[in-house]
Design a protein around this ligand. Structure first.
Ligand code: R5P
Length: 268
């Protein structure tokens, strides 16, 4: 692997433990002002110190994150459909590599839609993005299955999607946790990280994180289950405890409860 690419990757997946806690705040690119992400700066700022990397679009990066804050950026560079449009899978590359370089990003990210009407388009876009990324030392994160594709959230489908992403040269793949997640991880020769998906109870989101890490995930790229919590900072700290400190699910949930009780006392 080229030095620059390796260096950028190591900003995201920490070499000490080969794990990562990424904070996903790119939802607005197809969902608009998602609940609790209406004012991105307000949501993002308190969480920044606890995230290893931040995943977002260029618009939110420029308007809502201080350029002086030293956080590795994973830039979403695909889009083109909205939640009320005809077909969420109809995405293309929306941000150039030149722009990604100007923004000093550590990786670029795009979605692939295996099994959808636009499967071919998204996979060819991935191949081109990997070519461009390799040319400039920028890793590519492939995101599998959003929207309708989520209905197919089982190990067979997710293994297929993740493996195809790896075959096309992606450097990291983000997917969803499912039963028999080991088989997804074991058949994918690049690091697999999980999205959190729609908001769950904090306990369930912590269990999900623990199960994913136990099954071999390299970390999380989590959004709603962190910032839609009433206690986002305690939540990201609990997730970090699992990912980086090998905390068990009950230990992480106890930490969450302890920290949120403290937040409540200090804000009363
Ligand atoms: C989806 O394509 C986006 O990349 C989101 O960033 C991703 O789904 C992770 O966010 P969440 O944990 O809220 O599912």
């Amino acid at each position: 692997m080229d030095w620059g690419l390796k260096n950028r990757l190591s900003r995201i997946i920490k070499p000490e433990d080969e794990r990562a806690v990424m904070l996903a705040v790119d939802h607005g690119y197809f969902l608009g002002p998602t609940e609790k992400l209406e004012v991105p700066r307000r949501t993002i700022k308190p969480l920044l110190p606890y995230a290893d990397a931040l995943m977002l679009t260029r618009g939110i990066l420029r308007t809502s994150v201080d350029a002086s804050f030293p956080i590795p950026v994973v830039l979403r560079v695909s889009g083109g459909s909205s939640i009320i449009g005809k077909d969420l899978s109809n995405e293309k590359i929306t941000t150039s590599i030149k722009e990604a370089i100007k923004l000093n990003v550590s990786a670029v990210a795009m979605s692939i839609f295996v099994g959808s009407a636009h499967e071919h388009q998204s996979l060819v876009s991935l191949a081109k993005l990997v070519d461009e990324g390799e040319d400039h030392g920028i890793p590519v994160l492939a995101v599998t299955a959003v929207g309708k594709e989520l209905e197919k959230r089982d190990a067979r489908y997710l293994s297929l999607s993740c493996r195809i992403a790896a075959e096309f040269g992606a450097h990291i793949v983000k997917t969803y946790y499912c039963e028999d997640f080991e088989s997804v991880v074991n058949s994918c020769p690049i690091p697999v990280i999980i999205a959190g998906g729609p908001k769950l109870s904090e306990k369930d989101a912590i269990d999900l994180t623990y199960n994913a890490i136990k099954s071999g995930a390299a970390g999380v790229d989590m959004g709603r289950n962190i910032w839609q919590s009433d206690h986002p900072v305690p939540m990201i700290k609990a997730v970090r405890a699992i990912v980086h400190e090998n905390a068990t699910a009950p230990e992480a949930y106890d930490l969450f409860k302890k920290l949120s009780a403290k937040t409540q006392t200090t804000t009363v």
